[in-house]
Design a protein around this ligand. Structure first.
Ligand SMILES: Nc1ncnc2c1ncn2[C@@H]1O[C@H](COP(=O)(O)OP(=O)(O)OP(=O)(O)O)[C@@H](O)[C@H]1O
Ligand SMILES: [Mg+2]
Length: 266
C-alpha cells in the first residue's frame, strides 16, 4: 500500500523545460512529493546537508573527474544479490548528478523483475522501459520528472512475463543512444547480478558499472563472483559503492559536520 505523503515534507516543482519540444508536456507542471516514510535512505533528498549526502557527492565528483571531456555517460548500478541497496544507491547518485548545473540526468529502472524506483519516489507505476523495448512507445514520451531538480525517470513499465527476452542488445543500444542524445548522465538501476543475466547485459552496453556492497550483509564471495560475472560479460567495472560501514553514526561526530553559516549567524 502506498503511504500518504507527509504534508510537512518538502515539495519540488520542476523547472520550466529548456527544450521547446518538451514545452507542451503536462507532466512538466507536475508536483512530486517524496515521502520520507517511503524510504528514509534517500539522503540526497531528506538530509541534503548531511554527511551521507556529502559522501554520495564525493562519489559523484570522482565519476565526473573520470569523464574529463564531459561526454554523455551511462552508468549501471548493481550488486551480487537481492536487497543490497542498489535502488537507493542509484537514486542517490542520480540525484547528486542532477545537482550539477547544466547536467540533465535520467534514472532508468531496468529491474523488470522487482522494480522499485517509482515506489521509492512515491510515484504510480506507469508505462516505461519494457514498453520502449517492446516498441510500444518512444522513450521521449515516457520520461517523467522524478521530483528532484531536473532528474527524469524512465520507470520499469508494464510487467512482462520473461524480462530476459525483452532485453535484446540491439534495443538496449538504441535506447542508450537516444537517452545520451538528451542527457549528460543515464543512471541504470538493475536487478542483482547472480540470479539473472539482466544486469550483465546492461553492464556490457553501458559505459561504466558500480557494484554496491552492503558491508554488514554482503558476502565477500558473492560480491567477488559478481565482479567476475560482470567482467566476463564485458562490463566496465568502475568501482564499488560501499554502504552501511560499521562504527559510530557519522552524523553524531561533530568534527564531520561542516554546515553552511548564514550571514545573519555571523
Ligand atoms: N545505506 C543503507 N543503509 C541501511 N539500509 C539501507 C541502505 N540502503 C538501502 N537500505 C534499505 O535496504 C532495503 C533494500 O534497499 P534497496 O531496495 O535499495 O535494495 P536493492 O538492492 O535495490 O533490492 P532489490 O535487489 O530487491 O532490488 C530497503 O529497505 C532500503 O531502505
Ligand atoms: Mg532494487
Amino acid at each position: 500500500m502506498r503511504s500518504r505523503p507527509d504534508p510537512t515534507d518538502r515539495m519540488f516543482r520542476r523547472k520550466k523545460p529548456e527544450n521547446d519540444a518538451e514545452q507542451s508536456r503536462p507532466e512538466d507542471e507536475m508536483i512530486v512529493v517524496v515521502d520520507r516514510s517511503v524510504n528514509p535512505y534517500l539522503v540526497l533528498f531528506h538530509e541534503p546537508a548531511g554527511y551521507r549526502a556529502e559522501q554520495i557527492r564525493a562519489l559523484r565528483n570522482r565519476l565526473v573527474t573520470m569523464n574529463p571531456d564531459g561526454e554523455p555517460k551511462s552508468l549501471v548500478v548493481t550488486s551480487a544479490v537481492r536487497g543490497e541497496g542498489k535502488t537507493v544507491a542509484a537514486l542517490n547518485l542520480a540525484m547528486a548528478l542532477a545537482e550539477l548545473e547544466h547536467h540533465r540526468v535520467v534514472l532508468v529502472d531496468a529491474d523488470l523483475r522487482r522494480p522499485s524506483c517509482e515506489h521509492y519516489l512515491n510515484l504510480n507505476a506507469e508505462p516505461g522501459l519494457s514498453d520502449v523495448l517492446l516498441g510500444r512507445a518512444p522513450v521521449e514520451k515516457l520520461l517523467r520528472p522524478a521530483g528532484y531538480r531536473n532528474l527524469m525517470l524512465l520507470g520499469a513499465g508494464t510487467r512482462v512475463g520473461n524480462p530476459a527476452e525483452v532485453l535484446s542488445v540491439g534495443r538496449i543500444d538504441e535506447l542508450l543512444r537516444r537517452l545520451k542524445e538528451r542527457f549528460a548522465y543515464v543512471v541504470i538501476d538493475t536487478p542483482p547480478v547472480l540470479p539473472s543475466t539482466d544486469a550483465g547485459v546492461f553492464s556490457a552496453r553501458a559505459d561504466g558499472t558500480l557494484l554496491v556492497v552492503r558491508l554488514e550483509r554482503s558476502l565477500k564471495k558473492q560480491s567477488r563472483e559478481a565482479v567476475r560475472v560482470l567482467q566476463d560479460m564485458g562490463g566496465n567495472l568502475l568501482g564499488t559503492f560501499v554502504t552501511e560501514l560499521r562504527g559510530k553514526d557519522p552524523e553524531s561526530d561533530h568534527r564531520l559536520a561542516y554546515e553552511m553559516v548564514r550571514p545573519e549567524d555571523e
